[in-house]
Design a protein around this ligand. Sequence first.
Ligand SMILES: [Zn+2]
Length: 486
Amino acid sequence: MGLWIYNYLTREKERFEPLQEGYVGMYACGPTVYDHAHLGHAKTYVALDVMVRYLRYRDYDVRYVQNITDVGHLLDSGEDRIIRKARLERVEPMEVAATYERSYFEDMDALGVQRPNIAPRASGHIPEQIQIVQTLLEKGYAYETERGDVYFSVEMVDDYGKLSGRDVEDLEAGARVDVREEKRHPADFALWKHADPEHILRWPSPWGWGYPGWHVECTAMATRYLGETFDIHGGGVDNIFPHNECEIAQSEAATGKPFARYWVLTGSLTVDNVKMSKSLGNFVTIKDALETYSPEAIRFFILSSHYRKPVDYSREAMLGAERGVERLHNTVRSLRQRKERVAPSATVDRSEANLLSSYSERFLEAMNDDFNTPRAIAALFDLNRDVNELLNSGKSLGQATLDAIDDVYRELGGDVLGIIPDQLTDEASGELVEGLMEIILGIRQQYRRNKDWQEADALRDRLAELGIVVDDRPEGPIWRLGSGSG
Ligand SMILES: [Zn+2]
């Protein structure tokens, strides 16, 4: 069975054929480490994680490189995000970067996102970036300004805009030109920026003291670790322009060769149908989400939509996801308990073996169709329904059969999707907690209707002691895990 991937570059589903047989070089734009990672990051990196896991499941040797941006990613105001945070927190810029890089990997570990093989930092690859800028200058694709900035000239390449579908003429009309910049064309982008002495993150270069533009780091690190041409480039679709576009233009101009062969871009995440932003106060960090929901539920929620589609995070969606994983976990739990009680057997019953292979096939077909995780999950649920029936049927099942069923869960639900842990705990299930909370809040509502305020408050306080916060809303009480109000 071949693997088909929707290639953003051609806007077509293409059969995946790596450059070297059996080996996949994959790059993803990593986070800018100036704050805790949020659910948008979870969406991107869980989706890419499942691609990497699936490629490995298919026996490809994958080298997955994901950079850490610790310099050069500027705000619209022109200020470096990390330097700004360092100023606000009165610490060294590299302390900001180190703190949030650690925080990022803590979150990814908690979500079961496998670590990249290499997570190179932009600040650790300044000579490589300078080298690329120099090559682009020598080849005539870039120019230096009087104050020591170096820009890439978009008019020098014919196919600038090929990934995002934008063209240079439109960009000219829409671009906001900063008067301090001496660009030849409004769409030209900075490869190297001159830095005044008060700019802390700066390095010597042939063009004086400065720092690299954001885009050039990805070219430097991707080509250094994966070669001038490599298989897959991934990232969030929000970075398609200008970042990914600039990566392609400067890489191909510098090397004269195609950059990434397949571009996989993930859809964005909204919260209650609104784009997440700090100013709106609807910014949900991964740490926040993990306080309330299990990591498997967060992954399940993300993977229930196809990676290219946007997803909307809401309490209802998360409770649905929590129930979904719990259904799978409950079956796997009883399956594993049953395994401990049966006598060893050597052969798998034929009818069960057929059942398993038909569901595995459906799962793999879905994954081969551009990593269609919602369809793969649907196959897993159908399997789950049949396994439940089987376990409850009274039929005697040998250990080999039970092992074979468990292997399917381990491989497809565990190794590939990362939603079924190897070790399932026997903790009270989310479904059970939901049910109990419904009963408790019902009792408390009864107290309130009877004006037994003391009883109602006492119940609320006892829940608070357990870390459960109850909010009385006009439409009825809701609860969440946490402390205080908010
Ligand atoms: Zn990048």
